[in-house]
Design a protein around this ligand. Sequence first.
Ligand code: BDR
Ligand code: CA
Length: 317
Amino acid sequence: RTKAIIDCDPGHDDAVAILLAARHFDLLGVTTVGGNAPAWQVTENALRVLELIGRPEVPVARGAAEPIIGSLPRAGERVHGATGLDGAELPRGSNRVITRGAVEFLVDTVMANAGTVVIATGPLTNVALAMRVEPRLAKSIARLSIMGGSATWGNVTAAAEFNAWADPEAAHIVFSSGARITMCGLDLTRQAAVGAETIARFRAAGTRTASVVADLLEHYRASAERVYGTPTVPLHDPCAVAALAAPELFELTEAHVAVELRGEETRGMTVVDHRYIGASEELRRSAGAPEPNCRLATKVDAGGLFRLIEEALAACP
Ligand code: BDR
Ligand code: CA
């Protein structure tokens, strides 16, 4: 089994990402980052999610409370609620947060375990700091699958997606690090939106976990409807897990992505260079096009993803 770490800010969709990661990978740890809610709160949530799914032994390490520059925006509360995971009562975590912080945990664990993949479903602060602490890290991560950014428009501003916008400097460090990146941006994750019907199917998986997750997702869906006026809500973060666990469900293309750091209207935007997607090496070179720095997921078989989630829910306690 492939070894994995998930760096996240649970978060309703992060919770589903954790359970999918625990099902498909040898999960070496969960690292947390301030994002949808403060770092202490999302850490508490991660412990509770692991308890719920019957995997309380998985180490949890708390990471950055604030982005590299500025302070943690509170935009995550709009859809995830004050706890970051409103909508259901989860069992209290029986494990403790390990004393090493997330950055040290990421560095030590990846460097000691060749072939480890990292799945990042929150702001990229921890991953960027870990890359600064250990310059060999970027090349040592077998693959870094990111939920973040967008190849088109944003969700928190017109241009920017929440995770990239919450810490653009971190996203910039990561996208220019030379790591083998897979990016699931908003235009991909919007293809994996769930409505009441899909949530009912998840519930029908029949386990206690399935019923708690269905309650969480119903809350998440209703908040999104209030905030965005849509009856369905994207399951963003599970896409980043599935892109590695079930790549056959995805269409991917090599692309160059830059992170806008200065724009007045566009700070945190992931600027995808669409000009050379699919172009030959020769054309790219003669045009002086930037080298692709990520594998961009452009299509997902949402039905296949939902079946994966149902199956994982059915396998939980
Ligand atoms: C991302 O922001 C958070 O609200 C979700 O958990 C997801 O990681 C989507 O923009
Ligand atoms: Ca998230």
